[in-house]
Each structure stands twice: as structure tokens, then as C-alpha cells.
Design a protein around this ligand. Structure first.
Ligand code: AMP
Ligand code: MG
Length: 420
């Protein structure tokens, strides 16, 4: 007797294999554009950025206090200094310090050339212009040295880095006000299915609202992407072909949802075989097994499953790495944690499952996870309640409460852990 399940298992590939295929097939966009720093958040740097200045530019104070020379400190005794001026942030002391003198100084203010130390204002005694430093005063403290953050000529950000909010601050600190970034990746997406109904219309029996285009609108919300929503295309090979061929002319990637499996109304395969090159992957994951990956001329194509939760899982694990590759950033790997599971999780061996879970942390810092509800690939409510995937390996045949499981945060959607 033929073991159909075993046969199918052999034909299924792993995520690792799929990602290797993507890495080999996709090249980053090469065109660049210049954007002002304020518009650079989330964009990908096309070239390395070096600093033309030292940061800090001057030797300055890390505290509000008094600047002095450590050579004035009298060992084992209080030291009294005469205050002869003030150095404000943005308005340095203009004079020179003689032996036995100090200046009032504020955080960020330039240190007089003769000073090498700052004492906090809370630690001194003030008597008119006489400032007394306690016996245990250490010299050479609370100073920010020239270039201690970034030296002139240092690499500030490397090419292919996706600019973060912190990078904006860093780049601004070195005076960089515009950057050369890779152009946006042009992505078109559509839903397919005769049952799909537009929002605003009354639902008739047998129909459903089209969730996937809204899901994709959210998932594709990234400053690196320029997104076109192509709407709903009927289960009609000619309409699908017309849509795909037209979109392929001016996009880097087309994403469809639905119609990619082997039902009678699933035409994505037929159309792609006709107008491009396509691979059909049965990736051994649940949800999300059937997936088409192909190319129409220079445009890449992902045919994702129709069920919304399968869209979420395949988007994060397959499409996101492809988009990273297209945008020009290194492919990321999901971070894995280990948590104690408090739910019974049903599973049959054969596929790696991404069950939706709720991750929390107890007062001792231990990570706990529970199922977020029904695990059907159409169950959006439990996916919405989740903040993580519980990743159950291929061979796992279920989990009992108290067992430890591997978890992964649901990227782009939530990244917080609930604490008790
Ligand atoms: P298919 O892959 O076209 O057979 O679709 C699988 C399941 O996903 C079916 O129950 C479809 O009704 C559902 N589905 C397909 N497209 C969408 C969509 N855009 N929004 C919500 N559900 C969908
Ligand atoms: Mg369909």
C-alpha cells in the first residue's frame, strides 16, 4: 500500500531550504535616492557613512559643577579654589585658569584648556567665590573627551543598514543631514476568490469579507516599501493573468493570497506557468503549506495561501526574508525563547506548527505561554489575541501543561510581553 502521508512528507521542504532558494533567486534593488535625514527613518543606507567631525567636538563637562585642574588638589586635605568665571553650554569661559582657580560649569559646557576635572555641585561648599572641595575629591572625573563617541573619520553607519530612530540621532550628532538610500521596493498585492466581498457591502450567504488585503496593508507598512493594492481578482484565469502581467511591468514583487492550492478554482499555478517561471513549494509548516514562488520577467511573485492566519505565518517566515533581501538588508532570523506552556496543545507529527500563543512573564522573570485560542488557519480572533508563536517541531505530537516550548515573537504585529 502506498503511504500517501509519507510520500507527501518527502515532497515537503523546510523553511531553511525555502530561504536558501529565496537568497539565491533575489537580488537587492540597486537604484538609490537622496533623502533628508528627517525622512530617512526605516530606509536602507546605500553607502557607508563616515563622520567628518569628532563627537564630542570639544572636551566638555558631564555634570553641573565646577571645573578645575587636578594638580590643584591637596592630598588628604580639603582644597579651596577661587571661582573666576562660568562656562555655560554654548558659551564657553573665555579666560585662562591660573593655579588655585576654578570655573562654574554646566553639563555640556566646554572645559577650560587648563582644567581636567569636574566636581559635582552637590559635593562642594560655597563661600562667596571660594569653592571648597572635600578631602576625598578625585580628579579627572566627569569629563567627556573629544571624539569619545565618534572620531573624525569613523564609520558611523554601514551600508545596507536599515536606519533606526537611534541612528537618526547618531547621524544628526555628526552633522549628517541627508543620506543616500536604496529606492523603495515596489510591491503590488491582490486577493483572489469569487467569495470575497468588499467592505461596505452587505454580506450574502457563501461570501466573506476580504481580510487579506487589510492584513497585507498592515504587514507591508514599512518606509522601504511602495505598495499598490490591486483589489480583488475573480477566480478567472484570464483576469488573473491580465492583472499579474500588467503589475509585473512596474513592480519588484507581486503578492497574491488565495487560489494557490489545488482546488478547481485555484488558478494561480496555471497562470504563472503560462506567463512566468514558478516553483510550487509545499513547506512543512502549519499553517501555510501551499505556496507559490516565481518570477514574471524581472518581477518576483509570491502566491500565499488564502486563509488569513496562513498569510500571517508565511508572510513573516517567507515573504519578510525575501523583502529584506530585496530591500538590501541582511536576512533576519526570528529570535527564539523557551517558555513554560500552561495549555494542552494538540498536534500531529509531520509539520512544524506555529500555534498562536500569549506570552507573559511572572514576577521571577520566568516566561510563560498559553494558547491564545482556536488554532484553525481561519481563526483571526485567536491570532489577534496572540503576541507570539509557539513553535512546535515536526516530530512533536502534542504538549501537556508544564512542558517547555519554543516561542517566537510575532514580528511587525506585536512585540510586547505581558507581565503579571
Ligand atoms: P483558497 O486558497 O483560495 O482555497 O482559500 C482558502 C480559504 O481562505 C478559503 O476559506 C477562502 O475563503 C479563504 N480566503 C481566501 N482569500 C481570502 C481573503 N482575502 N480574506 C479572507 N479569507 C480568504
Ligand atoms: Mg479561493
Amino acid at each position: 500500500m502506498i503511504d500517501v502521508c509519507a510520500q507527501e512528507k518527502n515532497q515537503m521542504s523546510s523553511i531553511t531550504k525555502a530561504l536558501a532558494g529565496i537568497a539565491a533567486a533575489i537580488e537587492s534593488v540597486t537604484e538609490t535616492e537622496i533623502v533628508s535625514l528627517k525622512l530617512a527613518l526605516g530606509r536602507v543606507l546605500a553607502e557607508p557613512l563616515y563622520s567628518t567631525i569628532n563627537s564630542p567636538f570639544d572636551r566638555n563637562s558631564a555634570m553641573d559643577g565646577y571645573a578645575f585642574s587636578s594638580t590643584d588638589l591637596i592630598p588628604e586635605q580639603e582644597t579651596s579654589l577661587t571661582q573666576v568665571g562660568c562656562s555655560w553650554a554654548g558659551q564657553p569661559f573665555q579666560g585662562r585658569l591660573q593655579a588655585g582657580q576654578c570655573v562654574r560649569i554646566y553639563t555640556g559646557a566646554v572645559l577650560p584648556a587648563e582644567a581636567d576635572s569636574v566636581i559635582m555641585q552637590e559635593q562642594v561648599q560655597i563661600n562667596g567665590s571660594i569653592i571648597s572641595l572635600p578631602t576625598q575629591t578625585k580628579g579627572q572625573e566627569h569629563i567627556r573627551e573629544i571624539g569619545e563617541d565618534i572620531k573624525q573619520g569613523d564609520l558611523v553607519c554601514s551600508a545596507n543598514k536599515k536606519i533606526t530612530a537611534i541612528d537618526l540621532g547618531l547621524l544628526a550628532s555628526t552633522g549628517i543631514d541627508s543620506v543616500v538610500v536604496k529606492r523603495k521596493v515596489k510591491i503590488a498585492f491582490f486577493s483572489t476568490g469569487n467569495e470575497l466581498t468588499a467592505l461596505g457591502q452587505t454580506l450574502e450567504s457563501g461570501k466573506i469579507y476580504d481580510s487579506n488585503r487589510y492584513l497585507l496593508t498592515g504587514l507591508l507598512n514599512d518606509p522601504c516599501y511602495q505598495v499598490t493594492d490591486l483589489g480583488v481578482i475573480a477566480d478567472d484565469p484570464q483576469q488573473l493573468e491580465d492583472c499579474i502581467v500588467a503589475a509585473a511591468k512596474n513592480h519588484d514583487l507581486i503578492i497574491s493570497t488565495g487560489g494557490a492550492s489545488v482546488g478547481d478554482a485555484d488558478f494561480i499555478k496555471e497562470v504563472l506557468v503560462r506567463c512566468g517561471k514558478v516553483d510550487f513549494w509545499k513547506i512543512a509548516i502549519k499553517p501555510g503549506k501551499p505556496l507559490a514562488f516565481g518570477k514574471i520577467n524581472d518581477c518576483h511573485f509570491f502566491g500565499l495561501p488564502g486563509n488569513p492566519v496562513a498569510v500571517i505565518v508565511t508572510f513573516q517566515h517567507i515573504v519578510t526574508p525575501a523583502l529584506e533581501q530585496l530591500s538590501g538588508i541582511p536576512m533576519s532570523q526570528p529570535l527564539h525563547f523557551v517558555a513554560k506552556c500552561s495549555s494542552v496543545l494538540k498536534k500531529s507529527p509531520g509539520r512544524q506548527e506555529y500555534q498562536r500563543g500569549i506570552l507573559s512573564q511572572d514576577t521571577n522573570g520566568e516566561l510563560l505561554v498559553s494558547s491564545s485560542g482556536q488554532q484553525g488557519s481561519n481563526i483571526l480572533s485567536a491570532a489577534s489575541a496572540a503576541n507570539c508563536y509557539i513553535v512546535l517541531p515536526i516530530e512533536c505530537d502534542g504538549i501537556q501543561p508544564g512542558e517547555t516550548v519554543r516561542i517566537e515573537l510575532i514580528n511587525n504585529i506585536v512585540n510586547s510581553v505581558i507581565s503579571h
